[in-house]
Design a protein around this ligand. Structure first.
Ligand code: FMN
Length: 318
């Protein structure tokens, strides 16, 4: 059994699923939060930025903290620090496709070295008092699909659950996610399985659960600019409630709360430039957003950002 209130996970997304994003999602309803990946060697070297990512203790909902690295002993060394910072449970990143990461034998490169991956899972499980999970892909490329073997390795080494993204490393994020491999993985282990890849609506979430039998779903890109999708899917799966579409003014309120939270967390100087990508995403389906986005992308001050957002949203007829 998964020990979370929701079987809808907000996917870990570097540079996105930080405290402001998680707090917005959780303020809108139920969902299970995962942090951005945090490199264990940066924790080891006491990098303040990494500590900030792992510091989830002030959040009033459980946060899974995702760790990235490739040295079993170093994982074991940093686990107590990460636990102290308030993680609800720990996840190990074995799916990141980025060259800078795989080139250092981390992320999805670990799918090519299953014995090292096993040592890592075992080291973290032995050291941690928390549940430990692993997030991985279908395999490295289409000629080396090994998700089933990998899932069994995780189970044998004590993982409490696993998350499988139905793409290979070579796929990166393109093409359709392979739900058949997710189903095969689900059928090959007894621990709970979280399915990931292309869940972008309540209907897709239900379809994935029905088709693959997974215990939970994880939603990534569909939550960009639509944080409400996580609680909406939760409500649909648990109670059959159909999601209502949000009015532009409601979107504006959520966007403002998100930006204010970015300011609290990062300070105004960093937050306003950081908010540009969110503004683009929040407006993706709104009327005449192109010119607004172009103007917004040139702003640095919160006061100007507020004016620009108000001006744009107040001009939208509901
Ligand atoms: C911008 C971005 C950053 C990501 N960062 C991470 C990460 O830090 N850790 C991780 O395990 N996966 C990361 N992912 C992968 C997502 O967690 C997820 O597996 C992927 O987006 C597929 O799900 P989706 O089809 O619902 O988007 C990232 C994806 C995106 C788009």
């Amino acid at each position: 059994m998964l020990d979370f209130k929701s079987r809808v996970f907000l996917a870990p997304m570097a540079g996105i699923t930080d405290l402001p994003m998680r707090s917005i999602v959780s303020s809108l309803g139920c969902g299970t939060m995962v942090s951005e990946m945090v490199a264990i060697n940066s924790i080891h070297y006491k990098n303040p930025k990494s500590y900030k990512i792992a510091d989830v203790g002030s959040e009033n909902y459980p946060v899974v903290v995702q760790l990235l690295g490739n040295e079993p002993a170093l994982f074991a060394e940093v686990v107590p620090f990460v636990e102290e910072l308030g993680a609800h449970s720990l996840d190990i990143n074995m799916g990141c496709p980025v060259k800078k990461i795989t080139g250092n034998n981390m992320g999805s490169a670990l799918m090519k070295d299953i014995s090292l991956a096993a040592k890592i899972v075992s080291a973290v499980v032995k050291k941690s008092r928390l549940n430990v999970s692993v997030k991985f892909r279908k395999g490295w490329d289409k000629n080396s699909v090994n998700a089933v073997e990998f899932a069994k390795m995780c189970e044998d080494n004590g993982a409490a659950y696993i998350t499988i993204h139905g793409r290979t490393r070579s796929d990166f994020y393109s093409g359709a996610a392979d739900w058949d491999i997710i189903k095969e993985v689900k059928n090959s282990v007894k621990i709970p399985v979280v399915g990931n890849g292309d869940v972008d609506s309540h209907i897709k979430a239900k379809q994935m659960i029905d088709y693959t039998g997974v215990d939970a779903v994880m939603v990534g890109r569909a939550a960009l600019g639509s944080p409400w999708i996580i609680p909406q899917i939760h409500e649909y799966l648990e109670h059959g409630t159909l999601p209502a579409s949000l009015k532009a003014q409601e979107i504006k309120d959520i966007l403002f709360r998100h930006i204010e939270s970015l300011i609290d967390f990062y300070g105004e100087k960093m937050a306003v430039p950081l908010s540009r990508k969110y503004v683009c995403w929040y407006c993706k389906n709104l009327y005449d957003a192109k010119r607004f986005r172009e103007r917004y992308n040139k702003l640095d001050k919160y006061e100007d950002a507020v004016n620009e957002i108000n001006c744009y949203f107040n001009g939208i007829e509901e």
